[in-house]
Design a protein around this ligand. Sequence first.
Ligand code: ARG
Length: 481
Amino acid sequence: MKNAPVDTQSDAATSFEGTAANPQWGGRFASGPAAIMGEINASIGFDKILWRQDIRGSLAHAAMLQKVGLLTETELVEIRQGLGDIAQDISEGRFDFSPALEDIHMNIEARLSERIGEAGKRLHTARSRNDQVATDFRLWVRDAIDGLQEQTAALMRSLATRALEHAATPMPGFTHLQVAQPVTFGHHLLAYVEMLSRDRGRLRDARARLNECPLGSAALAGTSFPIDRRMTAAALDFDRPTANSLDAVSDRDFALEFLSALSLQAMHLSRLAEEIVMWASAPFGFVTLSDAFTTGSSIMPQKRNPDAAELVRAKIGRIMGDFVGLLTVMKGLPLAYAKDTQEDKEPVFDATEAMTLSLAAMDGMIRDLKANAPRMREVAGMGFSTATDLADWLVRELRVPFRTAHHVTGRLVGMAEQKGCDLADLSLEEMQSVEPQINKSVFDVLTVEASLASRTSEGGTAPANVKHQAEAWLAKLGETA
Ligand code: ARG
């Protein structure tokens, strides 16, 4: 997707040398650009990816020009035919993209004129590349959002499916990465479903704001032709035309909102990826990743490395860099269009590709991973993880104030630590030496399973809650799929 690296000695760089002025805008120019000017100016290396959107926009524009009397019916037919042929050439790899024609817009328009003559030369009436590129790019980002929304929903479904399967599987819940209280593996997975659901909300918001059509803003000031902007907006599935021509040709908020939403989403995926890396390491041993999403080591035959998770963990760097990069390009740009905004595309293409890959890899890992339930259960009981349950029991059964209960429990934890045993292994007499009113029913709350079952508060980790939540998510995601 990137431009080839610039090499001023190469044929590509010198191919501009001695060329005539650009046929699309070169009327007042006696000669073509310097080689390096051609190199720095051309965006075709990366913006050819916009070809579908560019042709779609041109078809809508041409139909509108015909309707308002700026093209004849025959001319419209020729333009449609010509653009259709070009679309076919491009999709079949037969289109020769020319850097001398700078970008996708002029490559397609020049080819159209070559093929159909006069009618092709009329297409650019009441249009500028400034409103054209703003329209094409919005269409592209909108398509990208739609694709990522589907992928995100698919990942959420995979997570909710695994969560339902593991609604009652105990695992240690951590704070400060210290064992804190038991939770269920399903509950943990559903936490990421919540995050991804917010990511989908942000993408939805960005799409709604993006969905206005710049076409007809022309270079910056609008046009003197009697165009019908509502017609082109509707043909391109935009909600309405943009309201201010200066804003429309220079605004790239839609790209920035998209990148900022992706940055947050990449942060979420990075957190999940980090947990997978930890869970798959021997000291944790919580999960085993499938062969399909791991790699071996060229020197250590025993290794199974979580490379996919590590790469997903790292993509945030690239995606956030894309966001900050474009934000920096836009900072301080005076109205209206400036060529700086040509630098808007690569970060968006790059971030989209990175997120598409990340979501697909994460989905594959989640579907495939094997949860090592006995190991998770073992660690869930470590580190006096049911100490809070003991304190709560003191409050509930003996009406001890919570602060006092906290202190009593702390002393019992200290005693167990000294003896090198768990809380449940202390004798009743030992417990009573700290709080005489403790009776044997306390032992009922000290197991991991009892702790889990008791967490029935809304949003809590009780297996019944988690099952219900997972089912609710699956029902909801089924609807939106
Ligand atoms: N390739 C250009 C871009 O991406 C298209 C618009 C060029 N407009 C102009 N006035 N030079 O921004």
